[in-house]
Design a protein around this ligand. Structure first.
Ligand SMILES: Cc1ncc(C[n+]2csc(CCOP(=O)(O)OP(=O)(O)O)c2C)c(N)n1
Length: 572
């Protein structure tokens, strides 16, 4: 037998070497009681962000993966460390973020003996991962790591899990080949299906494009906008698809579903074909659409598990960019007609006028109560932070203003990271740190409710240690505003329970203790100066927090209609 050309003194050293091969610049996590991974990383280039809570580590790694297009890597211990990580796996799966979670595990020889923190971790993680493996023999580790990376980045990207049980941790690992290339392979769609879809697109009179998160980094040469121009189609994005196309484009009309308001919403009742690029057509994106049977959809997705049937139409499996390029080459487009294009452009203009009216109205109402308005905060951000800023969002009530175009607009150079359809509170606040580490040259602003920020608060020391100059804009309404608003709706304001209370946050003191920048605006007149101060901290390389007092009644467009519940009432 030939000698192995590559050897590693321990399993963790092999892991560290593989992560270097992947180009993982940062490992997020909270290693277990043994410090072997950190030992193996000690002399390697990767940074380690050591978190307070494993859940946040996974959120950070997901932000890193979504922003960089490379796998996010997390390392945690065993037992409760793995169960803490589960919500992060859920979010990474829902966000289609390539993520590799590496965990410790009870040794094979001790399984079933009531060993310390023993847990059937494989069973726990399986519902949330694309692939999960426990590596029981050191010689199987290289193959397991390579397969984990291949599964994480290909098809619909997602999280994978690799368990390193105690019995192999200290074993040497031999490899017989260099690590194989680990980048994603973008598969071309089937030619016949592409042609059939092209005929449907060419025949459509009133097409709309819906750009989802699966189109992230798949708009080379602005191919999507060019195709929409050829087809004379309007362009919407899902929340996750934001940042793919330029929102300055004259055919762009905003976010679809829950976040479509005013004149743009009418287009969804008039369209005769939706071309969905990299979207799973989930509830938030399709909220308010006509009956499924009345609206044909051509859906392009990389993985067959995301195909949505139940609507007339077609699915195209493969890479979004290759599908779009294929159509552009295939179609002798009969443009859908100047009438529809003009209709789309009118809707965009009408949307802008409606947004200006709503913002002015909200600003007047907030000013009357002596508070800044959220639309005013977004406007101030637009004026203060450079246009290549990546906006990272949360899922509270007030921060939802930023999902509405053009209250926030993500221009040609802008970027966006949002929570997935699962929307775990606190994701955006933690993800922003990962986004900033992935994009060290870009301004990163996280707009979050104070409830979401409180979930992230234990990681403020992590933020300080990582030196990631994120600007946190925290909308302070005294707690969980979304829940309070729903409670008020059902109780008529007479409940003895409360989700919000007006009280000091203590954030200024904490920020000072950690050397973070801090500013606060309680009144409209204080907003600009406070934002400038906070932004100057960031621009000079320091993380900063800007707290802004906002009113519970400062409700984003369309969210104050109907009874309490996930979504407001709206006519189909
Ligand atoms: C893990 C998790 N638990 C509960 C929820 C439900 N939820 C949605 S918004 C919200 C309140 C958000 O409060 P905050 O961040 O302060 O924003 P606000 O609504 O006050 O604007 C809650 C609890 C959730 N999304 N995720």
């Amino acid at each position: 037998m030939s000698a192995a050309p590559y050897t590693h003194p321990t399993a963790w050293d092999a892991v560290a070497d593989f992560l270097e091969h992947l180009g993982a610049g940062t490992v997020f996590g909270l290693p277990g009681d043994d410090m072997d991974l950190l030992g193996a990383l000690e002399d390697r280039p990767a940074a380690a962000v050591l978190c307070r809570d494993q859940r946040n580590a996974l959120y950070m790694a997901t932000g890193y993966a979504l922003a960089s297009g490379r796998p996010g890597v997390c390392a945690v211990g065993k037992g409760p460390a793995v169960t803490h990580a589960l919500t992060g796996l859920l979010e990474a799966r829902s966000a289609a973020a390539p993520l590799i979670l590496i965990a410790g595990g009870t040794g094979l020889d001790r399984l079933g003996t009531g060993a310390f923190q023993e847990l059937d971790q494989l069973t726990a993680v399986r519902p949330f991962t694309k692939w999960a493996v426990r590596v029981d023999r050191a010689d199987r580790l290289p193959a397991a790591l390579e397969k984990a990376a291949a599964v994480a980045v290909n098809g619909t990207p997602g999280p994978v899990y690799v368990e390193i049980p105690e019995q192999i941790a200290g074993d040497p690992v031999e490899r017989y080949a260099p690590w194989r290339p680990a980048g994603p392979q973008r598969l071309a769609p089937d030619g016949g299906t592409l042609r059939a879809a092209a005929e449907r697109i060419a025949a459509a009179e009133r097409p709309l494009f819906l750009v989802g998160g699966g189109a992230r980094n798949r708009d080379a040469g602005r191919a999507i906008e060019r195709l929409a121009e050829l087809a004379g189609a309007g362009i919407f994005t899902t929340a996750s698809g934001r940042g793919v196309v330029s929102e300055d484009h004259p055919l762009f009309c905003g976010l679809s579903g829950l976040y479509t308001t005013g004149p743009a919403a009418a287009l969804w009742r008039e369209t005769d074909l939706v071309i969905a690029l990299g979207s799973r057509l989930e509830e938030t994106a399709t909220f308010g659409w006509p009956e499924a049977r009345d609206l044909p959809v051509i859906q392009v997705v990389a993985g067959e598990e995301d195909v949505v049937t139940g609507r007339p139409g077609l699915h195209v499996l493969g890479d979004v960019l290759r599908a779009v390029q294929g159509w552009a080459g295939l179609l002798a487009f009969r443009p859908s007609g100047a009438d529809w294009t003009a209709r789309v452009e009118r809707a965009r203009a009408g949307q802008a006028r409606e947004a200006a009216r709503l913002a002015a109205e909200a600003e007047r109402a907030a000013a009357a109560a002596g508070a800044p308005s959220v639309a005013g905060v977004l406007d101030a951000l637009r004026r203060t932070v450079p246009g290549d800023c990546v906006l990272v969002q949360e899922n509270g009530l007030q921060d939802m203003w930023s999902y509405h175009h053009p209250h926030w607009s993500c221009g040609a150079h802008g970027g966006s990271v949002v929570p997935s359809e699962q929307t775990p509170l606190g994701f955006g606040a933690a993800a922003a740190l990962g986004v900033r580490l992935a994009l060290p040259d870009r301004p990163v602003v996280a707009v979050t409710g104070d409830g979401a920020f409180n979930i992230f608060r234990p990681e403020l020391p992590t933020l300080a240690d990582a030196g990631a100059p994120v600007l946190y804009v925290v909308l302070d309404n005294g707690g969980y505003g979304w829940l309070q608003t729903n409670l008020d709706r059902v109780s008529g304001g007479s409940s003895r329970f409360a989700f919000t209370r007006d009280r000091p946050t203590g954030t200024g003191e904490l920020a000072a203790a950690l050397g973070l920048g801090y500013a606060r605006a309680d009144r409209p007149g204080e907003l600009d100066a406070a934002l400038r101060k906070a932004w100057e901290h960031c621009a000079s390389g320091r993380p900063a927090v800007l707290e802004v007092r906002v009113l519970l009644t400062d409700v984003p467009p369309g969210m104050d209609e109907g009874p309490a519940g996930d979504f407001p009432a709206r006519d189909a």
